[in-house]
Ligand binder design. Structure first.
Ligand SMILES: NC(=O)c1ccc[n+]([C@@H]2O[C@H](COP(=O)([O-])OP(=O)(O)OC[C@H]3O[C@@H](n4cnc5c(N)ncnc54)[C@H](O)[C@@H]3O)[C@@H](O)[C@H]2O)c1
Length: 328
């Protein structure tokens, strides 16, 4: 599958989503592969073609060589013309998003408290031919977020996409969690998301609608030992996202949250330390993640591209898990 190849299949019958991506940007097949081939076994889930109501696929469908192949379709840029502000996107998953947005034709502003790293991420986006700027932003500070949104709207000539990725994790047993730690975690993850929406939503409205994407975590659904404050803050992000999606739908703004599982970035160092180090953490990952390993940032960024794209125009108020199957 080529790097941009992905398919998002909504299986209404089973009520589940299946996300197929190749974030590693490694060819998975020979270039002659047609993605439609992969759909045939999927259809077989429902029995042989004779059991599917309606005309037989062979006669009803044009032969697949008469249609553009999936590979050809994916040469198109999914975010051409989009103007995106990515907050907390200097490193890790955010940096992978910046690169993927740029590769897909979006103009971007990278905002982060880590200004040098944000500038590097913007340079990376420009290396893909994108318009890209960077700006310092501390999501704990309301004025800083308001100024960041103003800057992005001005530099990009409008804003139709806002991705919030800033995060902070600290771990500790409940009787050791200081109130200041609890507040710090909520201040970045939850309050920061609120500020981004408070100033981002009016900007996206002025552009005629668009997509607002928050970042929660599987921890926000299930929690984990030593992660009470972080889990609570990320749970708040999920609830906030669901409420905001209903509020902003009339303004043609879709609001969704991405819930990564174990993704290999230094962000998880506090959690790994709490679990006793790299070895015990690795053992847990092998045991609870069906795919048996951590994901990479580039395996998460395609879901953000999808949610920002027109292909997701009927998707809102959703929690999109990218977790190697951990939640099932
Ligand atoms: N890595 C994982 O396994 C994982 C799992 C679930 C959720 N997440 C979430 O994904 C997001 C990105 O995490 P990551 O793994 O890429 O880690 P990361 O540390 O690379 O990214 C976090 C970013 O947030 C920025 N940031 C922190 N405080 C900020 C502030 N006050 N103002 C502005 N920016 C600030 C950091 O500078 C950094 O660029 C976070 O929201 C995190 O909670 C990560």
């Amino acid at each position: 599958m080529a790097s941009e190849d992905f398919a998002f299949m909504l299986d209404a019958k089973m009520g589940c989503y299946a996300w197929i991506g190749n974030g590693n940007r490694t060819p998975l097949h020979n270039p002659g592969f047609d993605f439609n081939d992969a759909l045939i076994p999927y259809g077989a889930l429902y029995g042989p073609p004779s059991s599917i109501p309606g005309p037989k696929p062979q006669s009803a469908q044009p032969h697949r060589r008469d249609r553009p192949s999936h590979n050809e379709e994916n040469q198109q840029m999914r975010l051409a013309g989009k103007r995106a502000l990515l907050i907390g996107a200097a490193t890790g998953i955010g940096r992978a998003c910046v690169e993927d947005f740029a590769r897909n034709g979006a103009a971007v502003v990278v905002a982060d408290i880590n200004e040098p790293a944000a500038a590097e991420a913007a340079a990376l986006a420009r290396s893909h031919g994108a318009t890209a700027h960077s700006v310092a932003c501390d999501v704990r500070d309301e004025d800083s977020v308001r100024n960041t949104v103003d800057y992005a709207e001005r530099e990009l000539g409008g804003l139709d996409t806002l991705v919030f990725l800033a995060g902070l994790m600290r771990t500790g047993a409940i009787d050791e969690v200081e109130a200041t730690t609890w507040d710090a975690i909520f201040s970045v993850n939850a309050r920061g998301t609120f500020f981004a929406a408070k100033y981002g939503a009016p900007a996206i409205k002025r552009a005629g609608g668009g997509s607002f994407i928050t970042t929660s975590s599987l921890a926000g659904l299930r929690g984990a030992p030593g992660m009470t404050a972080y889990a609570a803050a990320k749970g708040a992000v999920i609830a906030f996202t669901t409420a905001l999606a209903q509020e902003l739908a009339p303004a043609n703004i879709r609001v969704n949250s991405v819930l990564p599982g174990w993704i290999d970035t230094p962000f998880n160092t506090p959690a790994i330390d709490y679990m006793g180090g790299v070895e015990p953490h690795g053992e847990v990952v092998r045991r609870i993640v069906p795919l048996g390993r951590q994901g990479t940032p580039a395996e998460v960024s395609p879901i953000y591209v999808f949610l920002a794209s027109e292909e997701a125009r009927y998707i809102t108020a959703k929690s999109m898990m990218v977790d190697g199957g951990m939640a099932h």
